[in-house]
Each structure stands twice: as structure tokens, then as C-alpha cells.
Design a binder for this molecule. Structure first.
Ligand code: ASP
Length: 265
């Protein structure tokens, strides 16, 4: 039997993305058949607000229950248990495991031995495919497509897994700029500006900040995205600007994760 893991989006094509967006639209409209007696494990080895709580809410909304391990220090991990043994254990009690882990490749390691689907909720500086699906869905809702657009990544492009995952998909169908120099005169003209915070926990340093001067130069019909949490990258006064889409991303995250779980239960 093929197990429907979600470790990376590298094998998805445009047709699969568009099919998935249609499913998310259905969830947004309120259509779903609840899955009773199913259990999802949220296994988080790193801090999370949006990913863990939206997966929790999504699980409840598709009718499933949730085992939440948000602080592995209170699990047998603190007694030295391996990732593999923890996954095999939780697979005895749940139908899907949502895994966030600080090491690149941890989701793949888990998927290699897991008898139930592993959803990669972020593996170190590696990938974050469910964030990418909600990012792409937000782009799709704003532009009616994800291809033939221009996206500029501004921030910690080296260590942000959200940039790696989204960049990998869009490099195949859009124009992607990774801005190392984001001085006002060097910001490219784009449809999407995707900001990220400095990943201090992965050894990055420095800071990125969109000033009023930058914002005044952004095209009128562009959108500004951020996976959050933000530090100083985007000033709070910009939140009410119609180009600010980060709260829309968060809210889409619920429906996207409902669809991800629903398709695997
Ligand atoms: N929440 C996103 C992540 O888990 C972005 C970030 O932490 O900066 O990768």
C-alpha cells in the first residue's frame, strides 16, 4: 500500500496544485463529511503557534481528535527515545502524524519507517510544504493563478524553510528573485513580496525592515506576504493596507490543512 506522506512538494505539478486549490475552496465554503473516530498526532519538537494550532483546529473541524505533543520534553524524548521509536509508537494510536523537527530531513526519516502518513510541518532549515500550500493558495486567490508571476523574497533566504519550499515550486513556473540587497533602489518590481524574519535559532544574524520609503515604492497591485512570526520586517501600520496579505495567509491555513488531513484520513 502506498502511504500518502507530505514531506515535500517537489513532485507536484501545476495540475495537482490546481486540483488541491479546488478542494480547499470546498472546505472554505463549508463542505465536508466529518471523519469520526480518527486521531491525529501533532508532534512538535520546535515552537509553533500558527502551524500547531491550525492543524489542531483543522483536525477538529474534519471530525478527528488530536494527541498534542507540543513540548517533547514532557514525552519519552526526554528519556532519550529516538525519532523512529517515537513515530512507531504514535502510529499505534493515530492515523496521521504532523511532525515539526529541528533537523533537515527528519520528516523523510520519519516517513521512511512510518506506517501512517507523515506531514512535514517544518524540518529545520529544510522545507515547510504545508506553509507553501497555504502561501500558494493565497497567491491563487489573489491572482487566479500561481504561474507567470514575479516574486521577490526579502529576508533570511538562506535559512528560512518557507522560502526554500515556496521558491522550489515557483522557480518552475514563475520569476523568482532572492534579494540579498534590499536597499530601496535595488528592490525589483514584482507581484509578490515575501518577507521573512531572521532565523536566529539557525545561526542567522542581521535584520530586514520594510521602511516607509520601501513601501512607497511598491507597486499598487502587488501583495505583501510573510509566514509569521514577524519581528521588525513589516511595520504594524502597514497591516490595514489592502496589499498586506499575511492575516489572509493565516486564515487560509486552516482550510488548506483541513484539506491536507481530509485527503489522508
Ligand atoms: N513559522 C515559519 C516556520 O516555522 C516561519 C518562521 O518561523 O520564521 O518556518
Amino acid at each position: 500500500m502506498v502511504i500518502n506522506h507530505l514531506v515535500t512538494l517537489n513532485t507536484w505539478n501545476l495540475r495537482e496544485f490546481n486540483r488541491f486549490f479546488k478542494t480547499v475552496d470546498e472546505f472554505k465554503k463549508g463542505r465536508f463529511m466529518p471523519h469520526m473516530n480518527k486521531i491525529i498526532t501533532n508532534l512538535f519538537y520546535e515552537p509553533s503557534t500558527r502551524t500547531s494550532s491550525s492543524f489542531y483546529a483543522a483536525a477538529k473541524k474534519v471530525g478527528a481528535d488530536v494527541i498534542s505533543i507540543n513540548n517533547v520534553n514532557y514525552s519519552s524524548v526526554a528519556k532519550g527515545e529516538t525519532l523512529e521509536d517515537t513515530i512507531r509508537t504514535l502510529a499505534c494510536y493515530s492515523q496521521i502524524i504532523v511532525l515539526r523537527h529541528p533537523e533537515i530531513g527528519a520528516a523523510k526519516r520519519a516517513a521512511d519507517i512510518s506506517p501512517v502518513p507523515i506531514i512535514n510541518a517544518g524540518d529545520g532549515a529544510g522545507e515547510h510544504p504545508t506553509q507553501t500550500l497555504l502561501d500558494l493558495y493565497t497567491i491563487y486567490k489573489n491572482f487566479g493563478k500561481i504561474e507567470d508571476l514575479k516574486i521577490a523574497f526579502i529576508g533570511d533566504n538562506k535559512n528560512s524553510r518557507t522560502v526554500h519550499s515556496l521558491g522550489n515550486v515557483l522557480e518552475k513556473c514563475a520569476r523568482v528573485y532572492y534579494c540579498d540587497d534590499y536597499s530601496v533602489d535595488n528592490i525589483p518590481e514584482a507581484d509578490i513580496y515575501y518577507l521573512t524574519r531572521v532565523q536566529k535559532e539557525r545561526g542567522s544574524s542581521g535584520s530586514y525592515e520594510l521602511t516607509k520609503e520601501h513601501i512607497d515604492k511598491l507597486p499598487k497591485n502587488c501583495i505583501v506576504m510573510h509566514p509569521f512570526p514577524r519581528n521588525e520586517e513589516i511595520p504594524q501600520w502597514f497591516d490595514n493596507d489592502p496589499r498586506a496579505k499575511y492575516f489572509e495567509q493565516m486564515s487560509n491555513g486552516l482550510y488548506v490543512r483541513m484539506a491536507i488531513l481530509y485527503e489522508r484520513l
